[in-house]
Design a protein around this ligand. Structure first.
Ligand code: GLN
Length: 445
């Protein structure tokens, strides 16, 4: 009840939630009150949390912040929703996001703006801006987001919280509304690294409902947290793009790396020569996959249907009314990149680049255990600052995208302020080595 009251008081200023499930959360809390003693030991017993609105929740509206799913009520729960519930948690609501997770500021939501709790004139980042803002504003102790090109780490950095993108396949995507299926991954926003490790314990694992979920064992991700960084090698990237990197961000990140060195880590230089091409490759591959994933919104199977005299007219009207500008732009880019005449020139080349980027990381991890970079080149920008220039918006993902292309885990940890706004330190790890990643992140924290 306290959490719901706080959301009622604070969220009108922040705008983190698209749906607050007052009734469901209250009923659930009541039911837990009466729970038998043996259920009280559950990991999340009574802990409130929020889900990004692209994760299906049975009986609760799930929109992906799109008009096309305005009245969509899923008949089933995403695997992550089911797992958190089984652990005794209380889902209080669904958070705002860029439509279909396409964006870096949450301004592409068809419904509302979400404000950065640190500066109400600034964006919270995106696409999981609502989840980041909800945790930063103290509305919930944790929330889940999804990260296709940075959508957990970048908003975590902008809002001064911890955001973890696990290894691709670590967490089931069943019930996650697909954007780019080979890149999408679900992960937590929390206030501490330790909390992120706990949540990862609860949501990870093989799921027969998602054939891309990895058979890797569920480990206890909290096990190594206290081990410190003595004996670990932190890689700093020699050839990283620094164009557009704000001096204040650079200073904060350099300071963080220095702190890790003083704590006993060895700092080494590594090279990621192809990371320069990551943004270009991503903005072909992600739209290509999106154009295919979004073909299902045809007015027949889900959500909104417009009137039309013929079937084709109905399709056209449904999709032109239902999708926003950015989504249409991506569908067009993706369809173009996949069309038979251009496939080799664009889609195939981008896939080849993806392989080179993966190899760069494999080579770099021969020399270090974790790579440290800024999470984003800038701190939170003002509303409207980048909306007219999609390329500017896309470039905000320059440091986060390579990890999605390579499938490796990444975390953003707050590392101080620049002009009063939070800066994020991004740490990247080897595939399925979240333990070392979390260990370094915790040592820094
Ligand atoms: N900002 C990136 C994009 O617009 C990443 C989004 C995401 O990770 N979901 O595609």
């Amino acid at each position: 009840a306290d959490v719901l009251r706080r959301i009622r008081q604070v969220d009108p200023q922040v705008g983190a939630f698209l749906t607050v499930d007052e009734e469901g959360a209250t009923a659930r809390a009541k039911a837990l009150d009466d729970a038998p003693a043996d259920e009280r030991g559950k990991a999340l017993f009574g802990v409130p949390y929020a889900l990004k609105d692209n994760m299906c929740t049975a009986g609760i509206r799930t929109t992906a912040a799109s008009r096309i799913l305005e009245n969509y009520i899923p008949p089933y729960d995403a695997t992550v929703a089911e797992k958190l519930r089984a652990a005794g948690g209380i889902m209080v609501g669904k958070t705002n996001m860029d439509e279909f997770a396409m964006g870096s500021s949450t301004e592409n939501s068809a419904y509302q703006k979400t404000k950065n709790p640190y500066d109400l004139d600034a964006v919270p980042g995106g696409s999981s801006g609502g989840s980041a803002a909800a945790v930063a504003a103290g509305l919930v102790p944790f929330a889940l987001g999804s990260d296709t090109g940075g959508s957990i780490r970048q908003p975590a950095a902008f809002c001064g919280v911890v955001g973890l993108k696990p290894t691709y396949g670590r967490v089931s995507r069943f019930g996650l509304i697909a954007f780019a299926s080979s890149l999408d991954q679900i992960g937590p926003f929390t206030r501490t690294v330790e909390d992120a490790a706990y949540v990862l314990n609860l949501i990870s694992g093989r799921d027969l409902l998602d054939s891309t979920s990895a058979p890797a064992d569920v480990e206890d991700f909290t096990a190594d947290l206290q081990k410190g960084v003595q004996g670990l090698r932190i890689g700093v990237v020699r050839d990283i793009d620094t164009e557009g990197l704000q001096p204040g961000v650079r200073a904060a990140v350099d300071g963080a790396i220095d702190t890790l060195r003083q704590a006993g880590a060895e700092v080494v230089e590594v090279s990621l020569p192809n990371s320069h091409y990551a943004v270009a490759a991503y903005y072909l591959l992600a739209p290509a996959e999106a154009s295919s994933n979004l073909a299902r919104y045809d007015g027949v199977r889900y959500g909104r249907r417009a009137e039309g005299e013929t079937l084709l007219q109905m399709y056209q009207r449904t999709r032109s009314e239902g999708f926003g500008m950015e989504v249409k732009r991506r569908i067009m880019i993706g369809t173009y990149a996949l069309s038979s005449g251009y496939y080799d020139a664009y889609y195939k080349r981008a896939q080849q680049m993806r392989t080179l980027i993966l190899r760069d990381f494999e080579a770099a991890f021969q020399h270090c255990d974790v790579i440290a970079t800024p999470t984003a080149p800038t701190t939170a920008f003002k509303f409207g600052e980048k909306t007219d220039n999609p390329l500017q918006m896309y470039l905000n993902d320059i440091y986060t995208i390579p990890a999605n292309l390579a499938g490796i885990p990444g975390i953003s940890v707050p590392c101080g302020l620049s002009d009063g706004l939070p800066v994020g330190l991004q740490l990247l790890g080897r595939a399925f080595d979240e333990k070392t990643l979390l260990r370094v992140a915790h040592a820094y924290e």
